[in-house]
Design a protein around this ligand. Structure first.
Ligand SMILES: *[C@@H]1O[C@H](CO)[C@@H](O)[C@H](O)[C@H]1NC(C)=O
Ligand SMILES: *[C@@H]1O[C@H](CO)[C@@H](O)[C@H](O)[C@H]1NC(C)=O
Ligand SMILES: *[C@@H]1O[C@H](CO)[C@@H](O)[C@H](O)[C@H]1NC(C)=O
Ligand SMILES: *[C@@H]1O[C@H](CO)[C@@H](O)[C@H](O)[C@H]1NC(C)=O
Ligand SMILES: *[C@@H]1O[C@H](CO)[C@@H](O)[C@H](O)[C@H]1NC(C)=O
Ligand SMILES: *[C@@H]1O[C@H](CO)[C@@H](O)[C@H](O)[C@H]1NC(C)=O
Ligand SMILES: *[C@@H]1O[C@H](CO)[C@@H](O)[C@H](O)[C@H]1NC(C)=O
Length: 271
């Protein structure tokens, strides 16, 4: 009897301890910097009390601008969306309305693979299941060509915006990085991601591309959200219900009666 009571008291204390830790985390009021007024878990703002947010997701406030230090650079935070676990950032080199302003950093998909804090692929899997959803990230690719490229409509002239101190012609293409798009005699000078939905890969003027760069690109902390909500990093974001699914395998019933089976990295099938 005594033993049982002692165990019960111990358990109660343990539960209280766990709840207190959780309460502390949730008791942190959201922080604010410039136009980002709701900085909360997993983010923290430099200077927030210890224990608020996750140290790996620390943001800074510089001259009233929320800044993310990541990928060997710093990026200006445009928006944080806690519903779909995305943060949208813009390269500080890109300025409005100056279409001559260029991204400061060269960032292609390979740069993202070595970071543990943000992920892209979970959404890319989703895109195969929901073909009407836009790509999570596209790219603007700047090329310096020795010859004028006239027979490839993807190549958009950047004149009079971009003036590089180099010979030849500067073009920009929008879309995915596909080897067959690269013409002989052209060199890739700069790659910058964008999540702007308005990019039509076949018919973009450079002004549109600059707008896309100003919009910035999204990063996601979905793997952390999966660990928090499901206990493991392998869950999926169901773009249809806008909710996390604690399995990579699930069946979705569409209004039109079509069903898809999300099969992890393999894509989708009917189920
Ligand atoms: C900081 O930004 C906010 C939102 O854009 C604005 O309301 C505020 O006046 C700015 N403060 C300073 C000191 O510039
Ligand atoms: C801030 O975001 C948190 C997390 O999603 C949410 O619970 C809270 O209501 C938001 N607060 C405001 C003021 O938008
Ligand atoms: C996340 O939500 C924001 C705000 O609704 C939206 O603009 C963005 O496209 C969403 N991103 C993804 C990957 O669904
Ligand atoms: C526009 O951006 C370019 C490249 O960064 C810079 O050289 C130029 O001074 C800028 N023009 C204005 C008006 O800010
Ligand atoms: C991204 O990777 C490329 C090539 O691997 C490298 O040149 C570039 O500096 C990297 N970008 C950043 C911002 O670290
Ligand atoms: C772009 O052009 C390619 C080839 O001409 C075509 O297959 C594709 O459907 C076009 N995409 C759009 C969005 O118009
Ligand atoms: C391309 O864009 C221009 C200007 O916005 C428009 O006039 C033209 O019809 C578009 N062409 C195609 C094939 O969409």
């Amino acid at each position: 009897m005594w033993r049982q009571s002692a165990l019960l008291v111990f358990l109660l204390l343990l539960v209280h301890q766990i709840c207190a830790t959780n309460e502390q985390e949730h008791a942190c009021p959201p922080s604010s910097c410039g136009k980002i007024t709701n900085i909360t878990y997993p983010f923290r703002l430099r200077g927030d009390p210890k224990g608020c947010g996750d140290n790996r997701y620390e943001l800074a406030c510089e001259n009233n601008v929320t800044v993310l230090y990541s990928y060997s650079g710093k990026y200006h935070v445009q928006a944080i969306n806690y519903n779909n676990f995305t943060i949208r950032v813009v390269d500080p080199g890109v300025q409005q309305p100056n279409c001559s302003s260029l991204p400061r950093y060269f960032l292609s998909p390979t740069n993202f693979s070595d970071s543990d804090n943000f992920y892209l692929d979970r959404y890319q899997i989703q895109n195969r299941c929901y073909p009407w959803k836009r790509a999570f990230q596209k790219h603007i690719i700047f090329l310096n060509c020795r010859h004028a490229v006239i027979d490839n409509e993807k190549y958009v002239e950047t004149d009079p915006c971009i003036k590089w101190h180099s010979k030849g012609y500067i073009y920009a293409i929008a879309g995915d990085l596909i080897a067959k798009d690269f013409e002989v005699g052209c060199e890739v000078k700069l790659v910058a991601p964008t999540s702007w939905w308005g990019l039509d890969t076949n018919n973009s003027s450079y002004t549109q591309m600059h707008r896309a760069l100003l919009y910035g690109f999204e990063l996601s902390w979905i793997n952390l959200a999966c660990v928090d909500q499901c206990g493991n990093p392998d869950c999926a974001f169901d773009a249809y219900s806008q909710k996390l699914q604690c399995s990579m395998y699930f069946c979705r019933n569409f209004l039109g009666g079509r069903r898809y089976f999300i099969e992890g990295a393999k894509g989708c099938k009917n189920c």
